[in-house]
Design a protein around this ligand. Structure first.
Ligand code: ADP
Length: 441
Protein backbone atom coordinates (compact mmCIF):
# COMPACT_ATOMS: atom_id res chain seq x y z
CA UNK A 1 0.00 0.00 0.00
CA UNK A 2 1.09 3.53 -0.56
CA UNK A 3 0.76 6.26 1.98
CA UNK A 4 1.07 9.69 0.47
CA UNK A 5 -1.87 11.85 1.53
CA UNK A 6 -3.86 12.19 4.73
CA UNK A 7 -6.75 10.24 3.23
CA UNK A 8 -4.45 7.22 2.95
CA UNK A 9 -4.13 7.04 6.75
CA UNK A 10 -7.76 5.87 6.94
CA UNK A 11 -7.21 3.31 4.24
CA UNK A 12 -4.04 2.00 5.89
CA UNK A 13 -5.89 1.76 9.17
CA UNK A 14 -8.79 -0.08 7.64
CA UNK A 15 -6.53 -2.45 5.71
CA UNK A 16 -4.49 -3.06 8.83
CA UNK A 17 -7.61 -4.17 10.65
CA UNK A 18 -8.71 -6.37 7.79
CA UNK A 19 -5.34 -8.07 7.54
CA UNK A 20 -5.22 -8.55 11.31
CA UNK A 21 -8.67 -10.12 11.21
CA UNK A 22 -7.72 -12.30 8.25
CA UNK A 23 -4.64 -13.86 9.93
CA UNK A 24 -6.65 -14.53 13.08
CA UNK A 25 -5.91 -11.79 15.59
CA UNK A 26 -8.65 -11.34 18.17
CA UNK A 27 -10.99 -8.39 17.92
CA UNK A 28 -9.20 -6.30 20.56
CA UNK A 29 -5.85 -6.97 18.92
CA UNK A 30 -7.21 -6.05 15.51
CA UNK A 31 -8.16 -2.63 16.89
CA UNK A 32 -4.81 -2.28 18.63
CA UNK A 33 -2.89 -3.13 15.48
CA UNK A 34 -4.98 -0.78 13.34
CA UNK A 35 -4.62 2.07 15.82
CA UNK A 36 -0.84 1.64 16.08
CA UNK A 37 -0.60 1.53 12.29
CA UNK A 38 -2.60 4.73 11.77
CA UNK A 39 -0.55 6.56 14.45
CA UNK A 40 2.78 5.56 12.84
CA UNK A 41 1.37 6.35 9.39
CA UNK A 42 0.41 9.86 10.51
CA UNK A 43 3.85 10.41 12.04
CA UNK A 44 5.65 9.33 8.87
CA UNK A 45 3.38 11.36 6.63
CA UNK A 46 4.21 14.43 8.65
CA UNK A 47 7.91 13.73 9.06
CA UNK A 48 8.93 12.55 5.59
CA UNK A 49 5.83 12.85 3.41
CA UNK A 50 4.74 9.22 3.28
CA UNK A 51 5.73 5.58 3.19
CA UNK A 52 5.10 2.27 1.49
CA UNK A 53 3.27 -0.14 3.75
CA UNK A 54 3.84 -3.90 3.44
CA UNK A 55 2.11 -6.61 5.42
CA UNK A 56 3.78 -9.95 6.18
CA UNK A 57 2.57 -13.13 7.81
CA UNK A 58 5.77 -14.48 9.25
CA UNK A 59 6.58 -17.77 11.01
CA UNK A 60 9.05 -17.43 13.92
CA UNK A 61 11.58 -20.04 15.12
CA UNK A 62 9.37 -20.87 18.11
CA UNK A 63 6.68 -22.05 15.64
CA UNK A 64 4.39 -19.06 16.29
CA UNK A 65 3.08 -16.84 13.50
CA UNK A 66 3.47 -13.06 13.68
CA UNK A 67 1.73 -10.34 11.75
CA UNK A 68 4.45 -7.92 10.73
CA UNK A 69 4.04 -4.52 9.10
CA UNK A 70 6.97 -2.65 7.51
CA UNK A 71 6.54 1.04 6.74
CA UNK A 72 9.28 2.10 4.28
CA UNK A 73 9.54 5.94 4.46
CA UNK A 74 9.68 7.78 1.15
CA UNK A 75 12.57 9.94 2.42
CA UNK A 76 15.26 9.56 5.09
CA UNK A 77 14.04 9.78 8.69
CA UNK A 78 15.38 12.77 10.66
CA UNK A 79 18.63 11.48 12.29
CA UNK A 80 17.65 8.01 11.04
CA UNK A 81 15.40 7.69 14.09
CA UNK A 82 11.72 7.28 14.65
CA UNK A 83 10.06 8.35 17.91
CA UNK A 84 6.26 7.97 17.96
CA UNK A 85 4.29 11.11 18.80
CA UNK A 86 2.24 9.17 21.28
CA UNK A 87 4.28 7.13 23.75
CA UNK A 88 1.40 4.69 24.20
CA UNK A 89 1.69 3.38 20.61
CA UNK A 90 4.50 0.95 21.41
CA UNK A 91 2.29 -0.70 24.02
CA UNK A 92 -0.37 -1.57 21.42
CA UNK A 93 1.89 -4.06 19.63
CA UNK A 94 4.50 -6.65 20.63
CA UNK A 95 7.39 -4.80 19.01
CA UNK A 96 7.85 -1.43 17.36
CA UNK A 97 11.15 -0.02 16.16
CA UNK A 98 13.41 1.05 13.38
CA UNK A 99 15.44 -1.49 11.41
CA UNK A 100 18.01 -0.91 8.72
CA UNK A 101 17.26 -2.70 5.44
CA UNK A 102 20.14 -2.17 3.00
CA UNK A 103 20.23 1.58 2.49
CA UNK A 104 16.67 2.02 3.66
CA UNK A 105 15.49 2.50 7.17
CA UNK A 106 12.19 0.83 7.91
CA UNK A 107 9.73 1.29 10.77
CA UNK A 108 8.63 -2.18 11.74
CA UNK A 109 5.94 -3.42 14.09
CA UNK A 110 4.65 -6.89 14.83
CA UNK A 111 2.05 -8.73 16.85
CA UNK A 112 1.79 -12.44 17.73
CA UNK A 113 -1.02 -14.44 16.12
CA UNK A 114 -2.85 -16.54 18.76
CA UNK A 115 -2.27 -20.32 18.58
CA UNK A 116 -6.01 -20.80 18.32
CA UNK A 117 -6.09 -19.04 14.93
CA UNK A 118 -6.63 -21.04 11.78
CA UNK A 119 -3.33 -22.49 10.47
CA UNK A 120 -1.60 -20.24 7.93
CA UNK A 121 -0.79 -22.77 5.21
CA UNK A 122 0.48 -21.52 1.80
CA UNK A 123 -3.00 -22.20 0.38
CA UNK A 124 -4.67 -20.26 3.17
CA UNK A 125 -2.26 -17.34 2.64
CA UNK A 126 -2.97 -17.31 -1.10
CA UNK A 127 -6.69 -17.32 -0.32
CA UNK A 128 -6.30 -14.40 2.10
CA UNK A 129 -4.31 -12.46 -0.44
CA UNK A 130 -7.07 -12.88 -3.05
CA UNK A 131 -9.78 -11.97 -0.57
CA UNK A 132 -7.98 -8.83 0.53
CA UNK A 133 -7.26 -7.90 -3.10
CA UNK A 134 -10.94 -8.17 -3.91
CA UNK A 135 -12.24 -5.99 -1.10
CA UNK A 136 -12.51 -2.37 -1.97
CA UNK A 137 -11.25 0.07 0.64
CA UNK A 138 -14.08 2.08 2.16
CA UNK A 139 -14.24 5.84 2.36
CA UNK A 140 -12.77 7.91 5.16
CA UNK A 141 -16.31 8.27 6.50
CA UNK A 142 -16.74 4.50 6.59
CA UNK A 143 -13.51 4.14 8.50
CA UNK A 144 -14.52 6.95 10.89
CA UNK A 145 -17.81 5.17 11.55
CA UNK A 146 -15.94 1.93 12.20
CA UNK A 147 -13.53 3.74 14.47
CA UNK A 148 -16.45 5.29 16.40
CA UNK A 149 -18.05 1.92 16.86
CA UNK A 150 -14.80 0.54 18.15
CA UNK A 151 -14.51 3.44 20.57
CA UNK A 152 -18.04 2.87 21.83
CA UNK A 153 -17.32 -0.82 22.24
CA UNK A 154 -14.11 -0.02 24.14
CA UNK A 155 -15.98 2.44 26.40
CA UNK A 156 -18.65 -0.18 26.97
CA UNK A 157 -16.05 -2.66 27.96
CA UNK A 158 -14.42 -0.21 30.34
CA UNK A 159 -17.78 0.42 31.96
CA UNK A 160 -18.60 -3.25 32.32
CA UNK A 161 -15.16 -3.84 33.78
CA UNK A 162 -15.77 -1.06 36.26
CA UNK A 163 -19.12 -2.62 37.19
CA UNK A 164 -17.43 -5.97 37.61
CA UNK A 165 -14.80 -4.35 39.80
CA UNK A 166 -17.50 -2.78 41.95
CA UNK A 167 -19.16 -6.19 42.39
CA UNK A 168 -15.80 -7.73 43.26
CA UNK A 169 -15.13 -4.97 45.76
CA UNK A 170 -18.46 -5.58 47.50
CA UNK A 171 -17.74 -9.29 47.62
CA UNK A 172 -14.29 -8.60 49.01
CA UNK A 173 -15.73 -6.33 51.69
CA UNK A 174 -18.19 -9.02 52.67
CA UNK A 175 -15.44 -11.62 52.82
CA UNK A 176 -13.41 -9.23 54.94
CA UNK A 177 -16.26 -8.84 57.37
CA UNK A 178 -16.56 -12.65 57.54
CA UNK A 179 -12.84 -13.04 58.17
CA UNK A 180 -12.92 -10.40 60.90
CA UNK A 181 -15.86 -12.12 62.59
CA UNK A 182 -14.03 -15.45 62.45
CA UNK A 183 -10.87 -13.84 63.77
CA UNK A 184 -12.75 -12.28 66.69
CA UNK A 185 -14.38 -15.56 67.52
CA UNK A 186 -11.05 -17.38 67.37
CA UNK A 187 -9.31 -14.83 69.58
CA UNK A 188 -12.08 -15.14 72.13
CA UNK A 189 -11.72 -18.92 72.13
CA UNK A 190 -7.96 -18.58 72.40
CA UNK A 191 -8.31 -16.25 75.34
CA UNK A 192 -10.62 -18.65 77.08
CA UNK A 193 -8.21 -21.54 76.47
CA UNK A 194 -5.40 -19.38 77.80
CA UNK A 195 -7.34 -18.66 80.96
CA UNK A 196 -7.88 -22.42 81.37
CA UNK A 197 -4.17 -23.13 80.89
CA UNK A 198 -3.21 -20.46 83.39
CA UNK A 199 -5.59 -21.94 85.97
CA UNK A 200 -4.19 -25.40 85.28
CA UNK A 201 -0.65 -24.18 85.81
CA UNK A 202 -1.59 -22.53 89.08
CA UNK A 203 -3.10 -25.81 90.24
CA UNK A 204 0.01 -27.71 89.15
CA UNK A 205 2.23 -25.28 91.04
CA UNK A 206 0.14 -25.72 94.14
CA UNK A 207 0.25 -29.52 93.83
CA UNK A 208 4.02 -29.58 93.39
CA UNK A 209 4.43 -27.26 96.37
CA UNK A 210 2.31 -29.68 98.41
CA UNK A 211 4.39 -32.61 97.18
CA UNK A 212 7.61 -30.84 98.05
CA UNK A 213 6.31 -30.05 101.51
CA UNK A 214 5.23 -33.67 102.02
CA UNK A 215 8.61 -34.98 100.89
CA UNK A 216 10.42 -32.50 103.14
CA UNK A 217 8.38 -33.47 106.17
CA UNK A 218 9.04 -37.16 105.45
CA UNK A 219 12.81 -36.50 105.34
CA UNK A 220 12.59 -34.45 108.52
CA UNK A 221 10.63 -37.19 110.26
CA UNK A 222 13.16 -39.86 109.17
CA UNK A 223 16.08 -37.73 110.29
CA UNK A 224 14.53 -37.00 113.68
CA UNK A 225 13.45 -40.56 114.38
CA UNK A 226 16.81 -42.02 113.39
CA UNK A 227 18.63 -39.44 115.42
CA UNK A 228 16.50 -40.16 118.48
CA UNK A 229 16.93 -43.93 118.02
CA UNK A 230 20.71 -43.82 117.74
CA UNK A 231 21.41 -43.03 121.41
CA UNK A 232 19.31 -45.85 122.95
CA UNK A 233 20.54 -48.38 120.37
CA UNK A 234 24.15 -47.45 121.05
CA UNK A 235 23.42 -47.82 124.76
CA UNK A 236 21.98 -51.33 124.20
CA UNK A 237 25.06 -52.33 122.20
CA UNK A 238 27.38 -50.99 124.94
CA UNK A 239 25.45 -52.72 127.70
CA UNK A 240 25.38 -55.97 125.73
CA UNK A 241 29.13 -55.78 125.30
CA UNK A 242 29.51 -55.22 129.08
CA UNK A 243 27.28 -58.20 129.90
CA UNK A 244 29.31 -60.47 127.62
CA UNK A 245 32.62 -59.11 128.83
CA UNK A 246 34.83 -61.71 130.51
CA UNK A 247 35.41 -59.29 133.38
CA UNK A 248 31.72 -59.32 134.22
CA UNK A 249 29.91 -61.99 136.12
CA UNK A 250 29.88 -65.21 134.13
CA UNK A 251 26.65 -65.97 132.29
CA UNK A 252 25.01 -69.32 131.81
CA UNK A 253 25.23 -70.70 128.31
CA UNK A 254 21.61 -69.82 127.60
CA UNK A 255 22.08 -66.26 128.92
CA UNK A 256 25.22 -65.82 126.76
CA UNK A 257 23.25 -66.99 123.70
CA UNK A 258 20.45 -64.51 124.44
CA UNK A 259 22.84 -61.62 125.06
CA UNK A 260 24.51 -62.49 121.74
CA UNK A 261 21.10 -62.25 120.02
CA UNK A 262 20.43 -58.90 121.70
CA UNK A 263 23.80 -57.61 120.54
CA UNK A 264 23.45 -58.71 116.91
CA UNK A 265 19.87 -57.36 116.73
CA UNK A 266 21.03 -54.07 118.17
CA UNK A 267 23.89 -53.94 115.63
CA UNK A 268 21.35 -54.54 112.80
CA UNK A 269 19.17 -51.81 114.24
CA UNK A 270 22.09 -49.37 114.46
CA UNK A 271 22.98 -50.16 110.85
CA UNK A 272 19.42 -49.43 109.75
CA UNK A 273 19.28 -46.23 111.77
CA UNK A 274 22.58 -45.05 110.29
CA UNK A 275 21.44 -45.76 106.75
CA UNK A 276 18.14 -43.98 107.37
CA UNK A 277 20.01 -41.00 108.70
CA UNK A 278 22.33 -40.95 105.67
CA UNK A 279 19.43 -41.11 103.24
CA UNK A 280 17.46 -38.41 105.08
CA UNK A 281 20.53 -36.22 105.01
CA UNK A 282 21.07 -36.76 101.28
CA UNK A 283 17.40 -36.09 100.55
CA UNK A 284 17.26 -32.88 102.52
CA UNK A 285 20.27 -31.58 100.59
CA UNK A 286 22.40 -31.42 103.67
CA UNK A 287 25.25 -33.33 102.06
CA UNK A 288 27.68 -30.94 100.37
CA UNK A 289 30.23 -32.71 98.16
CA UNK A 290 33.85 -31.72 98.73
CA UNK A 291 35.13 -31.32 95.20
CA UNK A 292 38.70 -32.31 94.33
CA UNK A 293 40.65 -33.94 91.49
CA UNK A 294 40.41 -37.58 92.43
CA UNK A 295 42.73 -40.25 91.04
CA UNK A 296 40.72 -43.47 90.78
CA UNK A 297 43.72 -45.74 91.34
CA UNK A 298 44.09 -45.21 95.13
CA UNK A 299 40.29 -45.25 95.51
CA UNK A 300 40.09 -48.63 93.80
CA UNK A 301 43.10 -49.86 95.85
CA UNK A 302 41.36 -49.02 99.10
CA UNK A 303 38.12 -50.71 98.02
CA UNK A 304 40.11 -53.80 97.05
CA UNK A 305 41.56 -53.91 100.57
CA UNK A 306 38.47 -53.21 102.64
CA UNK A 307 36.06 -55.37 100.68
CA UNK A 308 38.28 -58.43 100.65
CA UNK A 309 37.12 -59.03 104.21
CA UNK A 310 33.49 -59.20 102.98
CA UNK A 311 34.26 -61.65 100.16
CA UNK A 312 33.90 -64.66 102.38
CA UNK A 313 32.66 -67.22 99.84
CA UNK A 314 35.55 -69.11 98.25
CA UNK A 315 33.45 -69.63 95.07
CA UNK A 316 33.19 -65.87 94.53
CA UNK A 317 36.15 -63.81 93.38
CA UNK A 318 36.32 -60.07 93.93
CA UNK A 319 38.13 -58.42 91.00
CA UNK A 320 38.96 -54.73 91.22
CA UNK A 321 40.61 -53.85 87.90
CA UNK A 322 43.44 -51.34 87.87
CA UNK A 323 42.15 -48.03 86.39
CA UNK A 324 44.24 -46.37 83.64
CA UNK A 325 46.72 -43.76 84.85
CA UNK A 326 44.61 -41.02 83.23
CA UNK A 327 41.58 -41.87 85.38
CA UNK A 328 41.29 -38.58 87.23
CA UNK A 329 37.98 -36.82 87.70
CA UNK A 330 36.60 -33.94 89.70
CA UNK A 331 34.40 -35.43 92.39
CA UNK A 332 34.01 -36.16 96.11
CA UNK A 333 36.27 -39.07 96.95
CA UNK A 334 34.45 -40.14 100.13
CA UNK A 335 30.97 -40.12 98.58
CA UNK A 336 32.17 -41.91 95.44
CA UNK A 337 33.87 -44.61 97.52
CA UNK A 338 30.66 -44.98 99.53
CA UNK A 339 28.63 -45.59 96.35
CA UNK A 340 31.09 -48.13 94.95
CA UNK A 341 31.40 -49.94 98.29
CA UNK A 342 27.64 -50.17 98.43
CA UNK A 343 27.37 -51.67 94.95
CA UNK A 344 30.29 -54.08 95.49
CA UNK A 345 28.85 -55.13 98.83
CA UNK A 346 25.49 -55.90 97.18
CA UNK A 347 27.28 -57.91 94.50
CA UNK A 348 29.11 -59.95 97.14
CA UNK A 349 25.92 -60.42 99.15
CA UNK A 350 23.83 -61.75 96.28
CA UNK A 351 26.38 -63.69 94.23
CA UNK A 352 26.82 -67.35 95.16
CA UNK A 353 29.51 -68.27 92.64
CA UNK A 354 31.54 -66.54 89.97
CA UNK A 355 32.86 -63.03 90.40
CA UNK A 356 32.12 -59.45 91.30
CA UNK A 357 34.13 -57.02 89.20
CA UNK A 358 34.78 -53.28 89.36
CA UNK A 359 36.10 -51.53 86.25
CA UNK A 360 36.68 -47.92 85.17
CA UNK A 361 36.40 -46.91 81.50
CA UNK A 362 36.47 -43.62 79.65
CA UNK A 363 33.15 -42.63 78.07
CA UNK A 364 32.54 -39.39 76.11
CA UNK A 365 33.24 -36.49 78.46
CA UNK A 366 33.55 -38.58 81.60
CA UNK A 367 34.07 -41.96 83.26
CA UNK A 368 31.95 -45.03 83.67
CA UNK A 369 32.48 -47.16 86.74
CA UNK A 370 30.81 -50.54 86.38
CA UNK A 371 30.13 -53.14 89.04
CA UNK A 372 29.33 -56.45 87.37
CA UNK A 373 28.37 -59.66 89.12
CA UNK A 374 27.42 -63.20 88.17
CA UNK A 375 24.61 -63.25 90.74
CA UNK A 376 20.89 -64.05 90.32
CA UNK A 377 20.11 -60.93 88.23
CA UNK A 378 17.03 -58.72 88.51
CA UNK A 379 13.88 -58.83 86.35
CA UNK A 380 13.59 -55.70 84.15
CA UNK A 381 10.20 -54.73 85.63
CA UNK A 382 11.91 -54.37 89.03
CA UNK A 383 14.77 -52.17 87.81
CA UNK A 384 12.99 -49.02 88.99
CA UNK A 385 11.58 -50.50 92.16
CA UNK A 386 14.90 -51.58 93.68
CA UNK A 387 15.83 -47.90 93.79
CA UNK A 388 12.82 -47.24 96.01
CA UNK A 389 13.33 -47.03 99.76
CA UNK A 390 12.96 -50.36 101.65
CA UNK A 391 12.28 -52.35 98.48
CA UNK A 392 13.91 -55.77 98.37
CA UNK A 393 13.37 -58.33 95.62
CA UNK A 394 11.35 -61.16 97.15
CA UNK A 395 13.41 -64.35 97.40
CA UNK A 396 16.87 -62.79 97.03
CA UNK A 397 16.95 -61.38 100.53
CA UNK A 398 18.32 -64.25 102.47
CA UNK A 399 21.22 -61.92 103.03
CA UNK A 400 20.93 -59.23 105.61
CA UNK A 401 19.85 -55.83 104.27
CA UNK A 402 17.66 -52.79 104.71
CA UNK A 403 16.58 -51.88 101.20
CA UNK A 404 18.08 -48.44 101.63
CA UNK A 405 21.50 -48.95 99.96
CA UNK A 406 20.52 -48.39 96.33
CA UNK A 407 18.27 -45.33 96.84
CA UNK A 408 21.09 -43.81 98.87
CA UNK A 409 23.69 -44.67 96.21
CA UNK A 410 21.55 -43.09 93.51
CA UNK A 411 21.09 -39.94 95.61
CA UNK A 412 24.83 -39.60 96.03
CA UNK A 413 25.57 -40.17 92.34
CA UNK A 414 23.02 -37.49 91.45
CA UNK A 415 24.72 -35.13 93.92
CA UNK A 416 27.99 -35.82 92.11
CA UNK A 417 26.39 -34.84 88.79
CA UNK A 418 26.16 -38.37 87.40
CA UNK A 419 23.69 -41.21 86.85
CA UNK A 420 23.31 -44.71 88.28
CA UNK A 421 21.96 -47.22 85.84
CA UNK A 422 21.19 -50.95 85.99
CA UNK A 423 21.48 -53.64 83.30
CA UNK A 424 20.27 -57.01 84.42
CA UNK A 425 18.18 -60.06 83.66
CA UNK A 426 17.36 -62.99 85.90
CA UNK A 427 20.05 -65.66 85.56
CA UNK A 428 22.50 -63.39 83.74
CA UNK A 429 23.97 -61.35 86.60
CA UNK A 430 23.76 -57.59 87.08
CA UNK A 431 25.76 -54.60 85.95
CA UNK A 432 25.41 -51.32 87.84
CA UNK A 433 26.92 -48.38 85.95
CA UNK A 434 27.92 -45.12 87.60
CA UNK A 435 28.46 -42.50 84.87
CA UNK A 436 30.24 -39.36 86.05
CA UNK A 437 31.38 -36.26 84.19
CA UNK A 438 35.16 -35.77 84.33
CA UNK A 439 34.72 -32.13 85.25
CA UNK A 440 32.35 -32.55 88.22
CA UNK A 441 28.71 -31.45 88.63
P1 ADP B 1 19.72 -54.12 100.53
O1 ADP B 1 20.86 -54.64 99.75
O2 ADP B 1 20.11 -53.53 101.81
O3 ADP B 1 18.55 -55.03 100.59
P2 ADP B 1 19.56 -52.24 98.37
O4 ADP B 1 18.78 -51.00 98.23
O5 ADP B 1 21.02 -52.14 98.26
O6 ADP B 1 19.13 -52.85 99.75
O7 ADP B 1 19.04 -53.27 97.35
C1 ADP B 1 17.65 -53.45 97.17
C2 ADP B 1 17.35 -54.81 96.62
O8 ADP B 1 17.80 -54.91 95.29
C3 ADP B 1 18.07 -55.92 97.33
O9 ADP B 1 17.37 -56.32 98.48
C4 ADP B 1 18.06 -57.01 96.28
O10 ADP B 1 16.81 -57.63 96.25
C5 ADP B 1 18.25 -56.23 95.01
N1 ADP B 1 19.67 -56.19 94.60
C6 ADP B 1 20.56 -55.18 94.84
N2 ADP B 1 21.75 -55.47 94.29
C7 ADP B 1 21.63 -56.68 93.70
C8 ADP B 1 22.54 -57.53 92.95
N3 ADP B 1 23.79 -57.18 92.74
N4 ADP B 1 22.05 -58.71 92.49
C9 ADP B 1 20.77 -59.08 92.73
N5 ADP B 1 19.88 -58.31 93.39
C10 ADP B 1 20.30 -57.15 93.90
Amino acid sequence: MVLRVEQDIFVVRQRGREVAAAVGLEHQDQVRMATALSEVARDLLRAVGGADVIFYAEPRPDGRWHLRVDLVPVGPLPDGRYVPQSGAVARLVDSLGVVGLGRDTVVRMSRRVPVTAQALTPERLAELRTELGRSVPGSALDELTAQNQQLIAALDEVRSQRDELAVLNTELEETNRGVMALYNQLSEELEETNRGVVALYAELDEKSAQLRAASESKSRFLANVSHELRAPVTAIIGLGRLLADSASDPLTEEQARQVGLIRSSAADLLNLVNELLDLAKAESGRIEPTWADVDLRPVFGQLRGTLRALATRPEVELVVEEPPSSAVLRTDEVLLAQVLRNLLHNGLKFTERGEVRLRASRRDEGWELTVTDTGPGIAPDLHDRIFEEFYQVPGTTRAYGTGLGLPYARRLVTLLGGTLHLDSEPGRGSTFTVALPASGA
